[in-house]
Design a protein around this ligand. Structure first.
Ligand code: UTP
Length: 290
């Protein structure tokens, strides 16, 4: 019987150097796409997938992330007094239930593997989700729910994957595929950021994972990998003799908000998917392209 996935780890301790100067003071996760900070989409996706506890791996200067998901009594009172019920609902809906949010500080940004390791104590010995808010997914079924459903069938580690152009393999963790039924690919190995001619496939891991807790023991060894960082992919790779690893080709489209072009693309895509905005946005975009 596969254990239910109740907890999600959100690593948000990165420096966001690709978004300077915007990220000098504002965490990149707090930059809005349309009308919500990027990280709110991640939390909404996790809640829609049944996650009940949210563990932010954070850093100094990122306090606004926790504030965004906490009640704001002054603002709520002011909106109430003005009879702004719709706005009040938006503010309240952004708050997480009491006790559902945990913050752990990474201290030093030593890599994604290290960020996930920081949540060990709070996750304990149960399967858990990892969401990188930078990767936004527009889909009919929340991407994380798709992973959790697949995990209930196959257990072990289940991560979201997509085929990338071969000249981009050096940006991703890449699967060395054992079997592939077109939807689920079982991996016999993982390579972090391989050069295109060394990549065992073009199946790349994106920012959604459901992981077996055995990965923590491997991350605890603090082995450095690509870029001299403690890589999550390397930790996972070292568990593959004990735990099955599947990549799920999810339904939906991913937007990489960690890059400037991806961020603009996400704004357009989410705008075109926004019920109150799409009809006004479409002619504006057509005009700009003329
Ligand atoms: P990125 O590779 O996008 O790094 O991290 P970054 O620092 O956020 O951004 P750039 O490259 O400087 O522009 C992927 C995810 O892992 C988290 C980041 O916050 C992001 O969600 N991360 C990365 C950590 O939490 N800690 C780390 O040490 C590294």
């Amino acid at each position: 019987m596969v254990q239910r996935v109740r907890k999600a780890v959100l690593p948000v301790a990165g420096l966001g150097t690709r978004f300077l100067p915007a990220t000098k003071v504002i965490p990149k996760e707090m930059i809005p796409v349309i009308d919500k900070p990027v990280v709110q989409y991640a939390i909404e996706e996790a809640r829609a997938a049944g996650i009940e506890e949210f563990i932010f791996v954070s850093a100094e200067g990122k306090e606004s992330i926790a504030a965004h998901f906490s009640p704001h009594p002054e603002l709520e009172r002011a909106l109430e007094e003005k009879g702004k019920t719709a706005e009040l609902k938006l503010v309240r809906d952004a708050s997480l239930p009491a006790g559902a949010m945990h913050i752990v500080k990474q201290g030093n940004p030593l890599g994604l593997g290290h960020a996930v390791w920081c949540a060990w104590e709070l996750v304990g010995n149960e399967p858990f989700a990892v969401i990188l808010p930078d990767d936004m997914v527009l889909s009919n079924t929340p991407c994380l729910k798709q992973l959790i459903d697949a995990h209930a069938q196959v257990g072990g580690h289940v991560v979201a994957v997509e085929d990338v152009p071969r000249d981009q393999t050096n940006r991703y963790g890449i699967l060395d595929v054992l079997t592939d039924d077109g939807k689920l690919a079982k991996a016999k190995g993982l390579v972090e950021k391989p050069a295109p001619d060394k990549a065992p496939s073009t199946l790349a891991i994106i920012g959604r994972y459901v992981l077996d807790p055995s990965v923590f023991t491997e991350l605890d060894k603090k082995t450095r990998g690509a870029g001299n960082e403690i890589q999550l992919t390397d930790g996972l790779n070292r568990t593959l003799d004990k735990v099955p690893f599947h990549g799920l080709r999810f339904e939906g489209v991913r937007y990489d908000c960690g890059t400037r072009v991806g961020f603009v693309e996400a704004n357009v895509a989410f705008g075109l998917a926004h019920p109150e905005m799409a009809d006004r946005l479409r002619p504006l975009l057509q005009k700009l392209l003329k």
